[in-house]
Design a protein around this ligand. Structure first.
Ligand SMILES: O=c1ccn([C@@H]2O[C@H](COP(=O)(O)O)[C@@H](O)[C@H]2O)c(=O)[nH]1
Length: 273
């Protein structure tokens, strides 16, 4: 998917919601366990219920890998089921020496046909560039993560006065363009959004950490939104497990709609979209 298409989706749905498909066999409603592929059945019902309010879907690959071959099959079916006009994110956090990264890229872009993949920056340019060689595919580079442990390294101050995550942004933005490179910035870091926007004014930011992790949607939207939208805000558990009963899809739809309505207001207030 191209930058403009994603921006158009945000405009037409008045939403920058990404639904996280962190589908755990131990958390899905019990009545689905009688299905041939309970994980896919759950995802299918979540997608049908939330599609009016979401512009992106993000399966976290760990949840599928953990089930072995069956998990990969459920993932493949999920990707094939998703409509072509939504943006798909493989939250896989890959990155390795160049020739290995190339194989990860082939797996997620060619085999599974994801639009994008999350990548760790730690191994540097040659570990990221192989992902950037695929047309209309995206790298979503970890910049500032939402977890507490993110402070262990990412806020460390360098001799230049920059923090490590700022250095990641400054150096990596030369590896790609706003057309093929996005950044992960945690919703729990809303105080950093203003200066992150200065560093990367036009790049999309994938923002996990609202809902279950307590990030503030208004705060991050205020500084994170740009004239193209520029944000994809993910919620996984807060939507997909809002109800653990037979009404899970209906309740997920209500949750997604509530978030979308809030986003619509912020798009009107904080962005020219
Ligand atoms: O900094 C990061 C990077 C990735 N994640 C992932 O996003 C979702 C968040 O799930 P919630 O249930 O909405 O908390 C999950 O897949 C994480 O692995 C993140 O949280 N923070």
């Amino acid at each position: 998917m191209k930058y403009q298409q994603l921006s158009d989706q945000i405009r037409s749905k008045s939403s920058y919601l990404c639904v996280g498909l962190d589908t755990d066999i131990n958390k899905i409603p019990k009545h689905l366990l009688k299905e041939k592929d309970p994980i896919f059945e759950f995802n299918k019902q979540i997608i049908d219920a939330t599609i009016d309010y979401a512009v992106a879907y993000k399966p976290n690959i760990a949840f599928y890998e953990a089930l072995g071959i069956k998990g990969w099959e459920s993932l493949q079916k999920t990707i094939e089921y998703l409509p072509k006009d939504v943006f798909t994110i493989a939250d896989a956090k890959r990155g390795d020496i160049g020739n290995t990264s190339k194989m990860y890229a082939k797996a997620f872009f060619e085999q599974m046909k994801f639009d994008s993949i999350t990548v760790a920056p730690y191994m540097g340019s040659d570990s990221v560039e192989p992902f950037l060689e695929f047309e209309d595919k995206w790298v979503i580079l970890l910049a500032l993560t939402s977890n507490e442990g993110g402070k262990d390294f990412q806020f460390e101050e360098l001799k230049s006065g920059e923090k490590v995550y700022q250095k990641v942004l400054e150096v990596s933005k030369k590896w790609g363009t706003q057309e093929n490179l996005m950044y992960v910035v945690g919703a729990t870091r809303s105080e950093e959004f203003q200066q992150i926007r200065k560093a990367v004014p036009y790049h999309f930011l994938l923002v996990p950490g609202v809902g279950a992790q307590g990030g503030n949607l208004k705060e991050l939207s205020k500084y994170g939104l740009n004239k193209n939208g520029g944000l994809l805000v993910n919620s996984s558990r807060g939507i997909i497990y809002a109800s653990k009963g037979e009404d899970f899809a209906k309740v997920a739809r209500e949750k997604a709609q509530t978030i979308q309505q809030e986003m619509k207001g912020y798009l009107e207030q904080f962005s020219e979209v």
